[in-house]
Design a protein around this ligand. Sequence first.
Ligand code: SAM
Length: 289
Amino acid sequence: MATDSWINETLYAAWGQRFRVKRELARVQSDFQDIVVFESETHGRVMLLDGVVQITEGDEFVYQEMITHVPILAHGAAKRVLIIGAGDGGVLKRVLQHRGVGKAVMVEIDGEVVRLSKEFLPSIGGNAWGDPRAEVIIGDGIDYVRVAPAESFDVIIVDSTDPIGVGEVLFTDEFYANAARILSPRGLIVNQCGVPFMQAEELHETSRRRAKSFPDNWAYVAAVPTYVGGFMTLGWAAKDASCRAVATDEIRRRAEASGVLGTTRYWTPEIHTGAFNLPPYIAENLPGA
Ligand code: SAM
């Protein structure tokens, strides 16, 4: 039954989306942010952090597939993956799909996001939480990368909130310098980097910072319906530029070997290689553009 209660996203002052609410499932003020989980009329269950859409059951597959499968398959031999943020468990679930991954460490600052995701969004994380290869740490990602040993990871995935509040530290020179230190010689890092139509500065500024620590800097795109404003970007920084240039057929071969091919609803080998081809309004925000 349609209700007349709506939730308006707070991301932009003068533009945004709203959801008609079937029922509110949780509203918690954690030590870090305001967390709301509700049943929407149109997108299944939705989580907001400080009023900003983080994930919906309806379209989470787009984002989670692209932020996870692209870096791991581009690397080609990732065994140790560090995930920062991603408290809903969706990235962890997809990292563990890859047969070659032996260890996935997830560092999420807010234990309440994990608790509420397990309770109200169980389909997102699935069985990942109990996987013997998974290690879930409740802590600040900046602290973790400061002390992690050199060359201890092959891929880093930063699925954080935007660079305001607790997420801000994950977009700093210090963070990227430590990320480079703890990545192996062919290591690479990807991060949630906003919707350039509305957040071009986020892509421009963080790409400039990544370029100080990584030789290959770019971005790739995904069309996530509830990240309003057109393409959203995943920031890309790699020690080995060849990772971004892997041919579609090789990506397909790797996806088959890793057990991912045929399990996705957005990612395909063609979408993978095509996502790095950026429209000028996005590419112009990257170093050297
Ligand atoms: N897909 C979403 C997006 O694109 O905005 C992000 C989803 S995920 C829920 C974002 C997570 O990053 C949140 O759970 C938040 O608590 C976490 N986070 C923010 N800052 C962090 C930090 N400094 N260290 C670790 N996790 C952090």
